[in-house]
Design a protein around this ligand. Structure first.
Ligand code: AMP
Ligand code: MG
Length: 533
């Protein structure tokens, strides 16, 4: 008699990507250039002594698992890379990309292994991907591994972003592998061992701009067409309704522009800085992907980049993200041009990006300010002035907007000033002319808010629904990492729990909404991140 299948063995897989697209004929796991193929089959590396650090029950449900199943040994073995379930077909995909503005050639999944596409009860496909499970043909000179530090950051931020309402890849699990992995965090010639870890990431697909770019760069136009048709059929059901042909590729491009606008607007809303917006890190679905040296704005500074590698030119600074997104879309347009055949409709879509971004950003700012609509003639100057106000003195962006919701718009400017004081890092600096400028802004804001919406409670709750109280502050992630490195996973799980409800007041958790402490100002991992992960 056959043994009853476990819950994990009952997961259903339908691996559209591997079934529809050509595989690399070589199966040896050696670094190489892979032409005329979209992926290479690989086997995850065995984790010698896996240990579960955390899992996200919501993601378990998405892929067709019950949360109770996530604490089993079988779950750990599967998501640390030690067991392949029936129906899985592990592979690493081939893509290229522009890194910091320069074409880098073939990159590919150097430490990501897609296990397969799980189909849940609603018929949705969710690709399960291990990050840090060992070498692939795309590992170049690196080791295919990930450390606990960067894996905690990826795991927590994916879930935090989702609960904030920002489009993102998800994270099912975070496990230690039992390996020690050497990393030179500061890139100063002092590598040290760190605990190895694997995150299981989950997304409808992990297709990047760089997948299209790689095929175009190799002149593999037929495969590019096939790959694009596959992407439309599997990831863009609405576009797939249109008749096949070049116009459908333009429709796809317009849709990618729209999704990318939406993603970046949401980043700007919550103060997220991606840090490495290379084209290989841009999802075709407009999902935030590849959580590396990202950071959260603490004091509002549009010129801030968390990435030490980016310090010289600040290409990926907060305020430059919309422009970089558009530049990346231009690279995608160039990549699909051979199958579109005309430049004009792609150029038009790129021009529309700017208009759509502006409209999306304005609507988002109106919501952050508690206004029912954005009136450009008044609200544009109000927002421009606000940017200046926020930069007059170090002002915590997250706390500022939460405080602003509490401002009594029937009260005095002085009372409003007191309400927002908690957002300042150096309150004593707020004197004289600075103080007068902030008061003047509050005066015009209050007048505008009063005219806009007579319902005070509605205004406050609308603002608190778009201005989070809890975000994954850089120093909080670092504290959770420090503890996890010492074998204590409690803070990882506590942050996961609190970040599930970022817009709600959570009694007893105010510490996790506090301003960055002074010690974190210059500590690596808190104020600046290297790409070492
Ligand atoms: P990233 O900067 O994380 O987007 O990575 C850029 C490229 O380097 C991608 O092809 C990654 O798969 C690859 N990569 C990054 N870290 C590693 C690693 N430890 N081992 C193998 N490949 C890596
Ligand atoms: Mg990447």
């Amino acid at each position: 008699m056959q043994a009853p299948r476990s819950a994990l063995e009952s997961l259903r897989f339908d691996n559209r990507f591997v079934d529809a697209l050509p595989a690399d004929p070589l199966t040896v796991n050696a670094v190489r250039q892979v032409g005329n193929a979209c992926y290479s089959r690989v086997t995850p590396r065995v984790a010698p002594d896996p240990r579960l650090v955390a899992y996200a029950r919501e993601v378990a449900e998405l892929v067709g698992l019950r949360p109770g199943e996530c604490t089993s040994n079988e779950f750990l073995q599967v998501f640390a890379g030690n067991r392949i379930l029936p129906g899985m077909d592990p592979h690493a995909t081939c893509y290229g990309g522009h890194q910091f503005g320069n074409w880098a050639g073939q990159l590919g999944d150097g430490r990501a292994i897609n296990l397969g596409e799980a189909v849940n009860g609603r018929g949705e496909h969710w690709t399960l991907q291990l990050k840090g499970a060992g070498l692939t043909p795309y590992s170049r000179t690196a080791d295919g591994l990930a450390v606990l530090r960067s894996s905690v950051r990826e795991f927590l931020c994916s879930e935090a972003m989702h609960h904030l309402g920002v489009p993102t890849t998800r994270a099912l699990s975070l496990a230690l592998t039992g390996d020690e992995v050497m990393r030179d965090i500061l890139y100063d010639g002092h590598p040290a061992p760190e605990p190895g870890a694997v995150v299981c990431r989950v997304a409808p697909s992990f297709t990047r701009f760089g997948h299209f770019q790689m095929l175009a760069a190799r002149g593999e136009t037929e495969l590019l067409r096939r790959f694009t048709d596959f992407t439309i059929e599997s990831d863009f059901p609405d576009v797939a309704q249109r008749p096949p042909g070049p116009e459908r590729y333009v429709d796809l491009f317009r849709e990618v522009c729209r999704l990318t606008v939406e993603m970046v607007v949401q980043w700007m809303r919550v103060g997220f800085v991606h840090g490495v917006m290379n084209t290989d890190n841009m999802s075709i679905l407009g999902l935030t992907i590849d959580y590396g040296p990202y950071g959260w704005l603490e004091d509002y500074d549009p010129d801030w980049t968390p990435n030490t590698t980016d310090a010289a030119t600040r290409r990926y600074r907060f305020g430059h993200q919309p422009a970089v997104a558009q530049w990346n879309l231009l690279q995608l347009a160039n990549a699909i041009y051979p199958i579109v055949g005309q430049a004009e409709p792609l150029e038009e879509a790129l021009r529309d990006f700017a208009t759509h971004y502006q409209a999306g950003h304005q609507a988002m700012m109106a919501r952050k300010l508690g206004l029912t609509a954005f009136e450009p003639s008044v609200d544009q100057p109000l927002c421009t002035r606000l940017e200046e106000i926020l930069r007059l003195t170090e002002t915590d962006m997250t706390i500022f907007f939460r405080c602003l919701a509490d401002v009594d718009i029937d009260g005095s400017d002085e009372a409003a000033m007191e309400r927002i004081a908690d957002a300042w890092y150096q309150p004593t600096q707020v004197a004289g002319d600075k103080r007068a400028q902030i008061l003047a802004w509050l005066h015009s804001y209050i007048a505008r808010a009063r005219r806009d919406n007579p319902d005070r409670d509605a205004r406050r709750s609308a603002m608190n629904a778009v201005n989070p109280k809890y975000v994954l502050r850089n120093y909080l992630a670092q504290l959770a990492i420090d503890k996890a490195d010492a074998g204590d996973f409690s803070m990882v799980n506590e942050l996961l729990q609190v970040l599930r409800r970022p817009y709600e007041e959570q009694p007893g958790q105010d510490d996790l909404a506090a301003k960055r402490p002074e010690w974190a100002r210059h500590r690596p991992g808190c104020s600046m991140l290297s790409c070492s992960s």
